[in-house]
Design a protein around this ligand. Structure first.
Ligand code: KG4
Ligand code: ZN
Length: 346
């Protein structure tokens, strides 16, 4: 469990409030993850079909104290023995980020602890290490509701972005198309369940975007699905109304979308592996990495290239405090501390 081969015994409290999850966890540099607490706002946003920033930040404010209390209680390390407070400070919804950053700064000041501001995406990139020892250099595909990016990860905190989405994120495509056909929020898990009913077949052959380099684009796919629905008489554009005949047709759209996105991921990953033969392994992280179908397609493909695939358990794929505490741990070992001028989005 000693991922860093260190004798420097530090305990880090990680705090995550960048969007609609309130997460806290304690990570020890020698003994690994000590606790995990999470409050998810999914139920709160289900009725509106998406996150309303004001609602999200109010909920963060209500939950931050109980979630941190739970993480500390579970860890059996008293707050007084915590060495470092690590907190997500970018990117994210400003109101939500502000709750975590303000709380972390107050805690660090009042208890005289070190403070570290963490980039949320760096949290996702290194979330695979919570459970696995992943070799360097490796390729990391991060796919969530807000981001879709490909990185080469050279060492703890050292990574190069190969490509990113030029418009929507993959999770956003799932969420928006789910809404279009009347599936619940969040769209990703609903699309997966729906696609399973029709055995993950590709009915409608939506276009696979081909972009030079390693970037992604999902807004064209969203438009292609929309116009395919319109052409089939399954959606009235003017009234923004779904006329999709029944559950079987919903399943067919969901399945075609899922296969299309899996194909896009595979094409990008294989291109990167061929371009950078030094890559020793691949990680798939972020909320979309909860998807079992995409995971099995990636696993089958990468086995042919002798590249091991590491995917965190679902609780570490979606937003959480453990990945923030983990990044906080290596930054603490590298003496990369922030001061009380730490601000959101900077
Ligand atoms: O990482 P995350 O919790 O939040 C962001 O940082 O955005 O990811 C949430 C996203 C949502 O778009 C959700 O639809 C997607 O992850 N997601 C999935 C699955 N579970 C969650 N997408 C595809 N399949 C899933 N099983
Ligand atoms: Zn995230």
């Amino acid at each position: 469990m000693n991922r860093f081969n260190t004798t420097n015994d530090l305990s880090i409290l990680g705090i995550e409030t960048s969007c609609d999850e309130t997460g806290a966890a304690v990570y020890n540099t020698i003994n690994g993850l000590q606790s995990y607490a999470l409050y998810s706002q999914i139920a709160l946003h289900a009725s509106t079909g998406g996150v309303i920033p004001e609602v999200a930040s109010r909920s963060q404010l209500e939950k931050i104290r109980p979630v941190i209390d739970e993480a500390i209680a579970q860890s059996s390390i008293p707050l007084s023995d915590i060495d470092v407070i690590a907190v997500t400070h970018k990117p994210g919804l400003p109101g939500s980020l502000l709750v975590g950053v303000t709380f972390a700064k107050a805690l660090a000041w009042a208890l005289n602890k070190q403070l570290i501001g963490i980039n949320h995406l760096e949290g996702h990139v290194f979330s695979s290490f919570i459970e696995h020892q992943v070799p360097f250099p490796h390729l990391c595909l991060t796919a969530s509701g807000g981001h879709t990016s490909l990185y080469i990860v050279h060492d703890f905190g050292v990574y190069t972005q190969l490509g990113t989405t030029r418009d929507d994120a993959a999770g956003e495509a799932f969420d928006k198309i789910a809404k279009l056909v009347g599936l619940p929020y969040p769209g990703g898990p609903a699309i997966e369940k729906s696609a399973e009913q029709v055995s993950f077949n590709d009915f409608f052959k939506y276009p696979r975007s081909t972009i030079e380099g390693f970037d992604f684009s999902f807004s064209g796919l969203k438009t292609a699905v929309l116009y395919d629905l319109v052409n089939k008489g399954w959606y009235i554009l003017k009234e923004k109304k779904s006329l999709i005949p029944g559950i079987n047709e919903i399943n067919q759209v969901a399945s075609s979308l899922l296969v299309c996105i899996a194909d896009i991921f595979i094409e990008r990953i294989l291109k990167a592996i061929k371009h950078y033969p030094e890559i020793k392994a691949v990680t798939f992280v972020g909320g979309v990495a909860c998807n079992k179908y995409i995971a099995s397609r990636l696993r089958d493909t990468l086995a042919k290239y002798n590249k091991p695939l590491f995917i965190p358990s679902p609780r570490y794929c979606t937003d959480n405090g453990a990945m923030i505490a983990f990044v906080g741990a290596y930054k603490a070992l590298q003496n990369q501390y922030s001061d009380l001028t730490l601000d959101i989005l900077k």
